[in-house]
Design a protein around this ligand. Structure first.
Ligand code: GLU
Length: 425
């Protein structure tokens, strides 16, 4: 056990940057990192807050707040998504940027870590308003962005449409088309085949490796998925194809359960048509809390941060948790799950399929030569299996869990680059 359980759940438990630092400190102790290096590694290298004035469809003006944090560029350009959500705040973006640094290092792609976010409610905005917001936000970030400096990607509530606007805005300012400025673009505009499915597929590969690791059967496991977005719904689809049973899935309005298994292609069709899971035929409505605690072998939190906490970790029934979302489990919950023998695959490995294929997209853009989908999937699989094995090996070597093992691998790789680059004075 790594720390005492705090009850009730504190404000610190819901601050993702504090949660990131807790894991960082445990790994830094194991690695024996010196104080100065720790400070450099944990401190974001650059942060930008911008005001984004947008003309709304009703003619009124509104100013939105946006952030871009570059946590580290020690291993390469800052890399990481942009999220649109009313809950965005600077500490969240900081944590997400740091997680990108560790994630890129875990899968050994030559990127640092960054993240962006805009405080807005995209559900209440028209496409035109979103386009104006995205373009103005991009123009505010022009001093930071660049294919060799900082490369955004989709995250919560952003997708290929927003990436196309970012690419276009940046290119118009640069006076030439630059596809490698952003990843997750539409195929046909420099996007990579397989990028849309990549995070969910990666989660499925990691589930497969985890089941092998803990000695659970390779087929027929019950899977519960929190979140039916790009990550959760594709993870469910691929896990069903691998022979597992998705027994529960949720969206922001609630969850559905069918212990005989939900048909994921039909669930995805239903979502596309109705915009929510509610009413899906043959399934029982349950609450989000019930989904997390339902009977299953595998739980995939693929929604948002702080979902598995000191308040519910004791009641989780899954044997394996594979984090499709960033930061879904708090540090206090880690300790409880570890004591209870639950195998947790951390976000920085579990959802790294997305950034891995973002890296492939960036490479293809810079080459101007594109691979077929199977090639992308095969390469992604190789990267994730290798990362899984190196994390399992590190966890064993340091006598710790998979999360801290992953932090150790990542921090060691970033620290190495910092040391050999040296400090410019
Ligand atoms: N937003 C995704 C993540 O959190 C993808 C980032 C990227 O592809 O750069 O990993």
């Amino acid at each position: 056990m790594t720390e005492a359980v705090t009850a009730p759940s504190s404000a610190a438990e819901h601050n993702p940057f504090i949660q990131m630092q807790r894991r960082f400190n445990i790994a830094a102790d194991l690695l024996g990192l010196e104080k100065g290096l720790r400070e450099i590694l944990v401190t974001p290298s650059q942060e930008m807050t911008i005001s984004i004035p947008v003309k709304l469809d009703n003619g009124q003006l509104r100013v939105f707040t946006g952030y871009r944090v570059q946590h580290s560029i020690a291993r390469g350009p800052a890399k990481g998504g942009i999220r649109y959500s009313p809950d965005v705040n600077l500490d969240e973006v900081r944590a997400l940027a740091a997680w990108m640094t560790w994630k890129c290092a875990v899968v050994n792609v030559p990127f640092g870590g960054g993240k962006g976010g805009v405080i807005c409610d995209p559900r209440r905005m028209s496409i035109g308003e979103k386009e104006r917001l995205t373009r103005r936000y991009t123009s505010g970030l022009l001093d930071l962005l660049g294919p060799e400096r900082d490369v955004p990607a989709p995250d919560m509530n952003t997708g290929e449409r927003e990436m196309a606007w970012i690419m276009d805005t940046y290119s118009l300012h640069r006076r030439s088309t630059c596809t490698a400025i952003v990843t997750g673009k539409p195929v046909g505009l420099g996007g990579s085949l397989g990028r849309t499915e990549a995070t969910g597929l990666g989660v499925a590969f990691v589930v497969r490796e985890s089941l092998k690791h803990v000695g659970l059967p390779a087929t027929g496991c019950r899977v519960a998925i929190q979140g039916a977005g790009n990550v959760g719904s594709y993870a469910g689809l691929f896990l069903q194809e691998m022979g597992h049973r998705v027994v529960a899935i949720s969206d922001m309005y609630g969850a559905i359960l069918n212990s005989a298994g939900l048909d994921m292609p039909k669930v995805r069709e239903w979502l596309k048509e109705h915009g929510r899971l509610e009413g899906f035929p043959g399934a029982e409505p349950i609450s989000n809390a019930e989904l997390l605690e339902c009977e299953c072998e595998v739980l995939i939190p693929a929604a948002t941060e702080g979902q598995i906490t000191s308040q519910n970790a004791e009641r989780i029934q899954a044997k394996v948790i594979v984090e499709g979302a960033n930061g879904p489990t708090t540090a206090s919950a880690d300790a409880i799950l570890e004591r209870r023998g639950v195998f947790v695959v951390p976000d920085i490995l579990a959802n790294a399929g997305g950034v891995t294929v973002s890296y492939f997209e960036w490479v293809q853009d810079r080459m101007g030569y594109f691979w077929d989908k199977q090639d992308v999937f095969d390469r992604e699989e190789r990267v994730l299996v290798e990362a899984f094995n190196s994390i399992a090996e590190a966890a064993q070597r340091y006598g710790t869990n998979a999360r801290i093992g992953a932090y150790c691998v990542a921090m060691d790789r970033v620290a190495y680059c910092l040391k050999i680059r040296g400090i410019y004075a």
